[in-house]
Design a protein around this ligand. Structure first.
Ligand code: COA
Length: 401
């Protein structure tokens, strides 16, 4: 019997990429008076303008399916044998949220589906696992989806850093967007900077501790990346950082540049990071998806990237970090959908503070289950809908069904 062996040296990376978000948005200027803050604190201090909010019939599954559907429409399902679902907004302790997405997308049954968790980091683990599978068999493609809803206690300092979104991408041989470099660096240390016990809908966070843990972990991952033959910090053209709030990316860039002895000031760090922050400024924190919204923002807004070396800098509280790089592929512009992405953001429905507060309060009281999605509740406008829990089973439909 002729068993195929591993193919050596095939370029692997991100072949297509797409996003979805909640159907509603809150402008942070509208919640600032309740929180006793100047809007400038959020706009300038945190680098956030808005945050996406999900309707009661939207959750990580509906956003994930909406993000991935265009990839299947454009590229079909052929060769997809693995679906990796990265999230820290788990909807079940046992069943992978990816299995619901698999059904909603009508994928073939010859697919392995699994959910991965490590705070905001796990989509990057999924990218690496996917790359390894494709390197072993370049005929395969892997569908990676990162989907999360960031919820903190209402009236807390973390409330303006909420958000919701999903990014889906396919990993393939001879990718058309980003070809991964072989070098990567990783870091794990046990820190209680952010966590969400099973009994809570909202995360708990030690914000200031988290900022320091993020910098230390990314510095550790970068040192490991360098030891494994990675590029020097100043040989990298663009830096897509995890963005719990976008100011964190320029803060990290400034602090890391200083640690590595590079000449950098606050204004220059902000300028370098700016093309990666556009989507996250409007969507808010999307946990696992945040770094990849950074990449999408760069791709959609900055022209002439072909050949550029881009760093993906992933941090998941708790904590794990990874630093990896890739090169933007010649002709990547053909794969962009910037107008569609702008349409999705522009069409979100604005909620005033009172309506948003009432909706979030209800979600928290219901533990995010929405067990009775009755009349009178706001609905989402995306292609998939969560219709509620019947007999302890979550139900979803394609909205046109
Ligand atoms: N105009 C401009 N900037 C202002 C301002 C104003 N009127 N008022 C305050 N600021 C600035 C502050 O100087 C500060 O900037 P700096 O950090 O560069 O010094 C920034 O706004 C934030 O102010 P601060 O008082 O530190 O904010 P806070 O106590 O409300 O908390 C977070 C901010 C980010 C710590 C909090 O929102 C949080 O914990 N969020 C969750 C973070 C997270 O998710 N971490 C885990 C994943 S990595």
């Amino acid at each position: 019997m002729n068993v195929p062996t591993q193919a050596a040296g095939v370029p692997v990376g991100i072949d297509d990429i797409s996003f979805a978000t909640g159907s509603y948005r809150v402008d942070l200027a509208d919640i600032a008076p309740r929180l006793g803050a100047e809007p400038a604190k959020y706009h300038k201090g945190l680098g956030q303008e808005q945050m996406s909010v999900v309707a009661p019939d939207e959750d990580p599954v509906t956003m994930a399916a909406a993000a991935a559907a265009p990839l299947i429409e454009r590229g079909g399902a052929e060769g997809i044998r693995t679906l990796l679902f990265a999230t820290e907004t788990g909807i079940d302790q046992s069943k992978s949220a990816g299995v619901y997405v698999h059904a909603l997308l009508g994928l073939p049954d010859t697919v392995r589906t699994v959910e991965l968790k490590q705070a905001c980091y796990s989509a990057t683990a999924a990218l690496q696992f996917a790359a390894a599978l494709v390197a072993r068999n370049p005929a395969e493609r892997v569908l990676v989806i990162a989907s999360d809803i960031a919820r903190y206690d209402l009236d807390s300092a973390a409330e303006p850093t909420q958000g919701a979104g999903a990014v889906a991408f396919t990993v393939a041989a001879n990718p058309r967007i980003l070809r991964l470099d072989a070098a990567n660096g990783v870091h794990t240390s046990d820190v209680m900077d952010f966590w969400r016990p099973n009994y809570r809908t909202q995360a708990l966070v030690e914000g200031k501790l988290s900022i320091g843990a993020y910098i230390d972990a990314v510095a550790g991952a970068f040192a490991d990346y360098r030891e494994r033959g990675g590029a020097a910090f100043d040989e990298i053209d663009w830096f897509c950082y995890h963005q719990p709030f976008t100011k964190m990316a320029s803060k990290a860039h400034l602090m890391l540049s200083e640690r590595f002895g590079l000449d950098m000031d606050k204004a220059r760090a902000e300028e370098i990071i700016a093309p990666t922050t556009g989507y996250n400024r409007r969507i808010g924190n999307s946990y696992t998806a945040s770094t990849y919204f950074g990449l999408l923002s760069l791709l959609d807004t900055r022209p002439d990237l072909a050949g550029a070396r881009v760093a993906i800098i992933s941090y998941g509280s708790g904590c794990v970090a990874e630093f990896l790089t890739g090169r933007i592929v010649e002709g990547y512009e053909e794969m962009l959908h910037a107008e569609e992405h702008e349409r999705i953001l522009a069409e979100r429905i604005r909620l005033g503070d009172a309506d948003y507060y009432a909706m979030q309060t209800r979600v928290i009281e219901d533990q995010g289950n929405h067990s009775n999605i009755g009349e009178g509740l706001r609905r989402g406008t995306g292609p998939f809908s969560f219709t509620g829990v019947e007999g302890d089973k979550r139900r979803y439909v394609r909205r046109a069904d």
